[in-house]
Structure formats: structure tokens, C-alpha cells
Design a protein around this ligand. Sequence first.
Ligand code: GDP
Ligand code: MG
Ligand code: ZN
Length: 410
Amino acid sequence: MSARERLIPRQPEVNIGTAGHVDHGKTTLVEAITGIWTSAHSEELKRGITIRVGYADAAFYKCPNCPSPDRYSPYPRCPNCGSETTLLRVVSFVDCPGHESLMANMLSGAAVMDGAILVIAANEQVPQPQTREHLLALEMLGMRHIVIVQNKVELIDDQKALESYHAIKRFTAGTVAENAAIIPISAQNRINIDAVIEAIETHIPTPKRETQAPPFMQILRSFDVNKPGIKVQDLKGGVVGGTLLRGELKVGDDIEIRPGLIEEKAKPLFTKIKSLGTSAGLVDSVRPGGLIAIGTSLDPVLTKSDSLLGCVVGHPNTLPPILDSLTMYVQLFETAVGSPELVKVEKIRSGEVLRLNIGTAVTLGNVSASKENAVEVNLRRPVCADKGAKVAISRRIGDRWRLIGAGTIT
Ligand code: GDP
Ligand code: MG
Ligand code: ZN
């Protein structure tokens, strides 16, 4: 095996998200660590931005002979001294879009993150609007493990780098990222990537998983893997991809997908697991961590073009209820932070339309009642969620949806 070969020896065990303003270098950093450019769809290549949540995995290794942080690398042989390294963890990166119009996609990605890297460009004023909005989103979803990277440091002198560092400290004071490590890097020039890996190993633990619980997977994408013109007898069933949050799934399991097809009413789909894929290849069973692809016996027409994004997967009749309406306990922010100017958040009014992110699902809702902190909403698209589930609430301000607060389904 060549020294720079990147093998994924087993299923990833932890999901690390990227967050931060557009163009600050999230996708470049993921590429520097994993060797994979996650923005591969034609529309993304054309516009030069990440649109859909992307996944790329890496195995982290430690050299027994080199000092920190040089000893950390994604290679089974040390790039500094050539020694054989020890496998630490297999990690999955969930690369999120940073453009303000793609906040809903970022929130879907945030629903499956166990830790996050907040990428902040050192050559711009801190904070930029989505730097603020993403940190607020992570905080409200309960994210506790954050590493900050100060990117593009090769573009500025030491004095400016120090100013940017102090601006980051002021901006994060009082937030969940207050004591986060701040690693200066150049993602493009691959400088200090070993220190980022060390910070991830130190500050983003693998969460304790409930492997005995009934399986619960959030769908982030779904596809038809067949090429156009294929013969009917060669057709492969529909594929759904996402992250298992708890439990285990095995080839041969019966599964239910909720809410499933949305016609007049939600129609859950029942099928069987025909195959299971992870970045380590085809497997017989999967645990939480990384992107899992489930090959089903569903008609691929039902799964094409991300039609099942936002649905959840589990064993039949074990999933949370399908909700057409919900009541939530709401805490609003003082200001909406997604634009350069901070806008005061007014109370939620009966009759207004909100955008709600619940897990990886996103739907619009009409507010039917709003009293104190209790808000009742009729959903345009049903969602599958339990009491206690977190809701990210956005409102149209000017010409954009802005995050205005957090809800909990009651
Ligand atoms: P994202 O929107 O946060 O995912 O940002 P990208 O990774 O797509 O990077 C945006 C632009 O910044 C691209 O043109 C990158 O080549 C550039 N970039 C990323 N990292 C660095 C860096 O360390 N230094 C410099 N000078 N440019 C960088
Ligand atoms: Mg990107
Ligand atoms: Zn070494």
C-alpha cells in the first residue's frame, strides 16, 4: 500500500459537521483532511458553492515516533517519518452549505452532527452573517463539541491574524464555543491540518450510542441508482441514504419509512433491507455513524431525486407519530442574525407562515394560535417526530428566511 493511500477500514463512528460563512473554506478543509471534494454535483460545480449536504470520510492515525501535532494524519504510514501508524478513529464529515439562501440544508445537516468545525476566514471581519447564524443554530440544537479553525492565514500578516483571533474570542464569548480551540490553518495549502485532526481527537468525542434501542435513521438523500434505458429485469430497488442515530440495522430487516409518500395524506412505505453500504463498503449490519445507504425493494421511482429527504427509517410500527399539526414551546432570539444588519425578532402571530426544520425534515407551517410561548402550527408537509423533538424556526424577513428561534414539540 502506498503511504498516501486512504483506506476506510471500517464504518465511521462519529459525524463531524462543517459550519461557517460561504467561501470561508469548509469544503476545502474537508478535502484537505479526506481527499474528497464533496461538492460534486453539476449545479454545485457551476456555481462553485456547496448546495446539498455532502459526506466524506477519513481514518485518523497516530505515529508512535513523531511529536504532536505532526503525529496525526489520515494515513496508515506516517508522512513525516514513514513509521507504521496506529488507527485512532474513523470519522465522517458532514459538509454543509454556507450560503444564506441554503440555511435549511445546513440545518438538515446539523441534525446528524455529533460535533462541528466552525470555519472562519481570517482575512475578513468577524463575524460574517452566516458565521453567527450557524453558531446560533448549532447552539440551539444542543451541539456541545465545537472546534474553530481560522482559515486562509497565509493571506494575512501576524498582526492581522492576532486581530482576527481576538475578534473570534469576542464573538464567541458567552456562547457554547467560548472555550473552543482555535486552530490557525491554510486549508488550501494544507498547513496545520495535523493540528485540526488533533483538535478533533481531543475535543470531539464519539457519543455513547444506544445500540439496543429500536433503530432510528434520518434520511438526507434518496436516489434511483439505475441508468436510463436499463431493462426492467435488471432494475435495482430504490436507495435511501442518511445517518442512523440509534440502534442497529441488518440486511433482511423489515423497515418502515415515515411519513413516506405525501399525496392527499402521508403514506408510510414498508420494505426490506436488501443491501447496506457504508464508506467501508457493503456490510451485513450498521451502527450509528457516517452515511449509510440502504438498498430496498422499493420501486426506484419512489426514491429518486431526494424525494424521501426528511423521512425517518426504523422497524415497522416503532417510529414516532406522523404529525399534520403540532404545538411547540418556543424561545425566540432577541435578534435575527443572518443578515449584515441585526433585526429585532417580533412575537409569533397567528396567521403567519413559518419555516420549520425538524430533524432532516423541512416544512412550512401556518400558525393557528400563538399564546405566550406556546405556538400551534398546521404543517404543509407532515413530519414524523416525537414529543420533545427540537424545532428550528425561521421567518421570512425581507427576501430571506432567517432563523428566529428554537421550539420543542409538546
Ligand atoms: P466553503 O463555501 O466554506 O465551502 O468554501 P470553499 O472550500 O468552497 O472555498 C472557497 C474559496 O476559498 C475557494 O476558492 C478556495 O480555493 C478558497 N480557499 C479555501 N481555503 C483557502 C485558504 O486556506 N487560503 C486561501 N487563500 N484560499 C482558500
Ligand atoms: Mg462548501
Ligand atoms: Zn512519524
